[in-house]
Design a protein around this ligand. Structure first.
Ligand code: C2E
Ligand code: MG
Ligand code: MG
Ligand code: MG
Length: 284
C-alpha cells in the first residue's frame, strides 16, 4: 500500500506539472463558458455601521465553481479574466446581478441598503464604462446612491486626469465611489482629496497586524483622522477580532467589514443574516 501510495504521489506530481502548463488554458476556456453555464455566482459580505450597528450595505464578491476544476478563487481567475478581456462581459454580469439582487432587497423592505461592486481596471478603462454603468442602473431601476463602486488607487493613478473625468461623470449620476485596499498603492491622500471619492477602505493587512505592531495602530489612526478631515467615510476591512472592532470604534472608524461579523454569504444566507441581525450585538 505504501509503494502504491508513493506511485500515486509520483503520478499526481507529474500530473500536476503537466497541469500547470495547461491549467491556464483550462481556466481560460472554462471562463469563456462560465457565464452561460451559470458557474459564476455572487456572495455578499455585509458592511456594518459602527455608530448604530446597522447593516449599511453589502459587498458583492464573485465566485466561480468550475465544472472541470471546482472552486477557483477570484485571486486566481480574475487576473486571467483580465488578460483575456473576458473580465468585461463578466463584470457586466456581476454589476447586473448585484443591482438586481439589491433591488429585490429594497422591494423586500431593506430600504437604502447599498451594494458595493469591485471594478476591474480593464473595465473601468473602456471608453463606454460610464454609459455601461448608467445603462445597468437605469435598466434595474435601482437608486444610484445605493450603488457603490470600489476602485483601487492602481486603477486611477496611471492616468489620473482621465480617470478623474470618469469619476466625475459617475458622481453626477449619483453613484457612490470608494477606494479599495487603501494603503497598498500610491496612498496619496493629497491627491485623493481632489477626486470625487466618498469612502476609503483601509486595506485588511493593516487591520490584521493591529495587535502585533504598534505602528499599524498608528497608521490606522492616522488614516482615519486624515480621511475624516477630507470628509471621507472610512471603512475597515478584514476585522476578525472583537478587540479590533473596539479599537476601530474608539478611533471613530465609520464602517467595518470582516469575518468577525460573518464570512461572505450566499444570497439565501444573506436573507437569513439580514433578518436575524441584531444591531445591539456589536454596540457596547
Ligand atoms: P477585496 O475587494 O479587497 O475584497 C476583500 C476580500 O477579503 C474578499 O476576498 C473577502 O472575502 C476577504 N475578507 C473580508 N473580510 C475578511 C476577514 O475578516 N478575514 C479574511 N481573511 N478575509 C476577509 P475574495 O472574495 O477572495 O476576493 C478577493 C479579491 O478579488 C477582492 O478583494 C477583489 O479585489 C477581487 N474581486 C472579488 N469579486 C470581484 C468582482 O466581482 N470583480 C472584480 N473585478 N474583482 C473582484
Ligand atoms: Mg472590494
Ligand atoms: Mg480590499
Ligand atoms: Mg481588492
Amino acid at each position: 500500500a505504501k509503494a502504491n501510495g508513493k506511485n500515486n504521489f509520483e503520478l499526481y506530481h507529474t500530473g500536476l506539472r503537466m497541469e500547470n502548463e495547461t491549467r491556464q488554458m483550462v481556466l481560460e476556456n472554462g471562463l469563456r463558458r462560465a457565464v452561460e453555464k451559470k458557474e459564476l455566482f455572487l456572495q455578499y459580505h455585509p458592511l456594518v455601521n459602527l455608530t448604530n450597528g446597522q447593516i449599511e450595505g453589502v459587498e458583492a464578491l464573485l465566485r466561480w465553481n468550475s465544472s472541470e476544476l471546482g472552486r477557483i478563487s477570484p485571486a486566481e481567475f480574475i487576473p486571467i479574466a483580465e488578460e483575456t478581456g473576458l473580465i468585461v462581459p463578466i463584470s457586466e454580469w456581476v454589476i447586473k446581478q448585484a443591482c438586481d439582487d439589491i433591488k429585490s432587497l429594497h422591494i423586500m423592505g431593506y430600504n437604502g441598503l447599498k451594494v458595493s461592486i469591485n471594478i476591474s481596471g480593464i473595465h473601468f478603462n473602456q471608453d463606454d464604462f460610464v454609459k455601461n454603468i448608467s445603462d445597468i442602473i437605469q435598466h434595474t431601476n435601482i437608486f444610484p446612491h445605493c450603488v457603490d463602486l470600489e476602485i483601487t488607487e492602481s486603477i486611477i493613478m496611471p492616468n489620473a486626469p482621465e480617470a478623474n473625468n470618469k469619476l466625475v461623470k459617475l458622481k453626477q449620476l449619483g453613484i457612490k465611489l470608494s477606494i479599495d485596499d487603501f494603503g497598498t498603492g500610491y496612498s496619496s491622500l493629497s491627491y485623493l482629496h481632489r477626486l470625487p471619492i466618498d469612502r476609503l477602505k483601509i486595506d485588511q493587512s493593516f487591520i490584521k497586524k493591529l495587535s502585533a505592531y504598534k505602528e499599524d495602530a498608528s497608521i490606522v489612526q492616522a488614516i482615519i483622522t486624515m480621511a475624516h478631515t477630507l470628509n471621507l467615510v472610512v471603512i475597515a476591512e478584514g476585522v476578525e477580532r472583537e478587540k479590533h472592532l473596539r479599537f476601530l470604534a474608539r478611533e471613530k472608524c465609520d464602517i467595518i467589514q470582516g469575518y468577525y461579523i460573518t464570512k461572505p454569504v450566499s444570497w439565501n444566507d444573506l436573507l437569513f443574516f439580514l433578518e436575524t441581525w441584531d444591531p445591539q450585538a456589536i454596540m457596547k
